[in-house]
Write a protein that binds this ligand. Structure first.
Ligand code: AMP
Length: 118
């Protein structure tokens, strides 16, 4: 599958549509999920166009890989999620039920999230 430059997250990166920004570094942004499944539900995405996790790991510069993980970790600390825990998910492809075709990590927390798959 090719990357679609008109997916909703590409529009957020280009600032064509708004988001509730939570954090940012030179290659990564984080914003609140529009339809939160938990008290804290933040999406963390690379600014460059990657379809999914394996594209990102295969193609991205080391700086982008590090920046994304550092931003996730910064938010974990800022939101004080270390003690009570959290869930970090990236859905990929048809079996992963990926809705938006731009790599994103869901960071969920603020309550007990229950078992992972029903
Ligand atoms: P996924 O199923 O992993 O592709 O998740 C896509 C996520 O993007 C869902 O949790 C949606 O609620 C979220 N989402 C869709 N549109 C927006 C938007 N404009 N701003 C923030 N989150 C969005």
């Amino acid at each position: 599958m090719n990357y679609d430059e008109n997916n909703i997250f590409a529009k957020i990166i280009r600032k064509e549509i708004p988001c509730e920004l939570v954090g940012e570094n030179s290659t990564t942004i984080a914003f609140n999920d529009i339809s939160p499944r938990a008290p804290i539900h933040i999406l963390i995405i690379p600014k460059n166009n990657y379809l999914n996790y394996h594209d990102f790991i295969s193609l991205a510069e080391k700086e982008e890989l590090i920046n994304l993980h550092q931003l996730i970790n910064k938010i974990i600390k800022e939101k004080k999620l270390e003690n009570d825990g959290y869930r970090l998910i990236t859905n990929t492809g048809i079996n992963g039920n990926q809705e938006v075709k731009h790599l994103h990590f869901h960071l969920l927390g603020g309550k007990n999230l229950g078992i992972m798959i029903n």
